[in-house]
Design a protein around this ligand. Structure first.
Ligand SMILES: [Zn+2]
Ligand SMILES: [Zn+2]
Length: 345
């Protein structure tokens, strides 16, 4: 296996794959919480002309309010997945592993480093959402890539931190455990009731109203019945749709407005906390991965807002895949060699 790549190991115990970075530089970066990272960002957010920065996509567009805005997408130098090479699947006894194949891109949401999710107008943020759609459409042409996740993190009332507004797009050749669990629940509900689980939940939340946060013409936000995080919010399109890149362009400003509304409410609720915003969209159907086809009838794309205390990095919540920076071989070697008194002494 290539020294310079990440490795995916199948977890026979809990299911799914675990990503091991195997690169000291990346290990260090992944284990530092975002607010503690050095000011000289490794992602070249400010200068897309800087050496080593690979621009993937860019758009400068006139907005309906008469202003102009620019969004750029650059390759992440510390990518969890890389597009070059093959999966290189290997078996070792009963264990399976392969290279982490995919793409990891940074979306720079504004040319202005001081902008935040709350200063960008819905028309400006809609351009970021369009970038996500266009990148997913383009990455889908690579038949190896099966799932796409878009994520963004920020600190509520994190005034004074100028960290260039940005988000991440990760495409991978695996379907993350978090997403395949959701697909399984949705499929079980559909098989029994012949209805979309999420459409049913949306209808019930609209009727019940006790967990509703915001309801517009096209989008709805509520605190889920079995919330896993304090102030967790789920944002859904009211009209059934499995894949985010199919969402009509004319609805993106309304979606951006709904995102900004949720962000503003969390800003008041949990000052000082971090918010992780993740997009869940249906993976490419695949027989090998037992993703039932067509999933367009039973999965429903959505955005989850997951608040967490500062200083904590949860890759499973971010991507649906556990990322472990300490290879078990190194951990076991350390634990074997450490000097401890005998428990019998
Ligand atoms: Zn639905
Ligand atoms: Zn979800």
């Amino acid at each position: 296996m290539d020294e310079n790549s990440t490795q995916l190991r199948r977890d026979p115990h809990h299911g799914g794959w675990v990503l091991l970075p195997f690169q000291p530089e990346r290990e260090q970066l992944l284990s530092i919480s975002p607010e503690d990272r050095p000011a000289d960002s490794p992602n070249a957010l400010d200068d897309s002309e800087a050496p080593g920065v690979h621009m993937v996509w860019s758009v400068k567009s006139a907005l309906p309010d008469g202003s102009e805005h620019q969004v750029r997408v650059i390759a992440n130098r510390f990518a969890m997945y890389r597009v070059e090479g093959q999966e290189d699947r290997q078996g070792r006894g009963l264990y399976d592993m392969m290279r982490g194949v995919g793409a990891h891109e940074i979306i720079v949401e504004s040319p202005n480093a001081r902008d935040s999710i709350l200063t960008l107008t819905p028309y400006q943020y809609a351009l970021t959402l369009r970038a996500v759609q266009e990148r997913i459409r383009d990455l889908r042409k690579d038949g190896r890539l099966k799932s796409f996740s878009f994520l963004r993190e920020w600190t509520c009332q994190g005034n004074g931190v100028a960290s260039h507004p940005h988000s991440q797009l990760i495409a991978s050749s695996i379907v993350p455990l978090g997403l395949s669990n959701e697909m399984d629940s949705a499929w079980a509900h559909f098989k029994y009731k012949e209805r979309c689980l999420f459409c049913d939940m949306i209808r019930q939340e609209m009727h019940d109203e006790s967990r509703l946060v915001m309801e517009g013409d096209d989008y709805i936000a509520y605190c889920p019945f079995a919330s896993r995080y304090p102030f967790e919010i789920h944002l859904f399109p009211k009209k059934h749709s499995a894949e985010f890149h199919d969402e009509p362009g004319e609805r993106l400003p309304a979606l951006a407005a709904a995102i900004r509304d949720a962000a503003a409410r969390l800003e008041a609720a949990i000052p000082g906390w971090r918010v992780l915003m993740v997009l869940h969209t249906a993976p490419v159907p695949s027989k090998r991965m037992h993703i039932h086809s067509p999933h367009s009838s039973y999965y429903h794309w959505h955005i989850e807002f997951l608040p967490y205390p500062p200083g904590f990095v949860d890759w499973y919540a971010r991507t649906g895949t556990h990322v472990e920076c300490t290879p078990p071989e190194n951990a076991a070697a350390f634990l074997r060699e450490v000097n401890v008194p005998s428990p019998w002494e």
